[in-house]
Design a binder for this molecule. Structure first.
Ligand SMILES: NC(=O)C1=CN([C@@H]2O[C@H](COP(=O)(O)OP(=O)(O)OC[C@H]3O[C@@H](n4cnc5c(N)ncnc54)[C@H](O)[C@@H]3O)[C@@H](O)[C@H]2O)[C@@H](O)CC1
Ligand SMILES: Nc1ncnc2c1ncn2[C@@H]1O[C@H](COP(=O)(O)OP(=O)(O)O)[C@@H](O)[C@H]1O
Length: 286
């Protein structure tokens, strides 16, 4: 077992920043989102909702017709198409390499080529080698098994489950990315750093689309945290990832109140969770 740091609500509160008078949508961070597919259009909606509820200054969405229509219908705030962004969220609800369309290839390539930090999920995990800036990946156990398949640190999903903390640390080292390994306890590891454990949620979070919302929350934090990432690289990325897992977990608890939740409920609970953390952290929301 690897020694680890336990991430608390106070730690998360310290990472959050309320907007100030000098802010506008751009200084707060624009997140490019390349997620969803004709097979999984809902994943795009869930990630975008997570990002907006977590405080992205703006979201730009790039995807096929069905998810594009659904995203815009639910969130007219979203701007479609390419443009300048501070970070990318890519891969949720997208097929892996074997089934990618040419347009999928292009939008995944664009995200990794843009020179800004990338949150890579699901169908983008096999393209992290193309990255031109720091990457944080958000796999569950089976996805991490696949991502490690051709690396020097191959592990089965069962081995990952048996010691997720060590698996996250080994994966970060082998892949050269920050790893947010999802599970009942989420482990975050930056290359060469002690892993962080986050267990502030509820088991009701084990529901379809829950991880897609987490990707959006993390995307918003990364887009708003580029100064921090510029100064402290993967250590900052790991702390932002742990904060996203904390906010996601606390939002799940708030949405559940002891009963079942739908993934969108998690996103809806995020603003009040952030407000509470900002108050508790001595930094009043504006
Ligand atoms: N609303 C949406 O659009 C959603 C999209 N999602 C997207 O769906 C894609 C696939 O995600 P997964 O985590 O499922 O991918 P995985 O490939 O990790 O999971 C599929 C595995 O689950 C097994 N499996 C399938 N149905 C099962 C069942 N009923 N009982 C037991 N095992 C079963 C399969 O044999 C396969 O091994 C991702 O791109 C993800 O982002 C999911 O997040 C769910 C919600
Ligand atoms: N038993 C559990 N207890 C608490 N949280 C869980 C549990 N199982 C999964 N989660 C959380 O729910 C989310 C599931 O994400 P993921 O596996 O990607 O599902 P999906 O692909 O359906 O979105 C992750 O944030 C994970 O940490």
């Amino acid at each position: 077992m690897t020694a680890e740091r336990v991430w608390t609500a106070d730690d998360a509160a310290r990472m959050l920043r309320a907007p100030v008078a000098g802010d506008d949508k751009y200084t707060r961070g624009v997140l490019g989102v390349a997620t969803g597919s004709e097979a999984f259009p809902g994943a795009a909606v869930l990630g975008v909702e997570g990002a907006i509820r977590a405080g992205a200054g703006m979201v730009r969405y790039l995807g096929p017709a069905t998810p594009t229509g659904l995203v815009l219908h639910r969130r007219p705030e979203v701007v479609l198409g390419e443009g300048r962004v501070q970070a990318w969220l890519v891969g949720s609800g997208m097929p892996g390499a074997a089934d990618r369309t040419q347009t999928d290839q292009q939008r995944v390539g664009l995200a990794f080529n843009d020179g800004v930090p990338v949150v890579a999920d699901a169908g983008a995990l096999d393209r992290i080698d193309a990255a031109t800036a720091p990457v944080v990946i958000t796999p569950h156990y089976r996805e991490l098994e696949r991502a490690l398949d051709r690396s020097s640190a191959a592990l089965t999903a069962a081995e990952i489950a048996a010691d997720a903390s060590t698996a996250a640390a080994r994966a970060a080292e082998a892949l050269g990315v920050t790893v947010l390994l999802k599970g009942a306890t989420t482990y975050v590891a930056a290359p060469g750093a002690e892993p962080i454990s986050v267990a502030l949620g509820t088991h009701w979070l084990a529901t379809a689309g829950s991880g897609d919302v987490l990707g959006g929350i993390l995307g918003a934090f990364v887009a708003g945290g580029t100064d921090l990432i510029g100064q402290r690289g993967h250590d900052a990325l790991a702390e932002l990832a742990a904060t996203a897992a904390a906010v996601h977990g606390l939002a799940g608890v708030a949405a559940s109140a002891g009963g079942p939740i739908a993934a969108l409920d998690i996103a809806h609970a995020v603003p009040a969770v952030i407000a509470g953390l900002l108050r508790g952290g001595g930094n009043p929301p504006r």
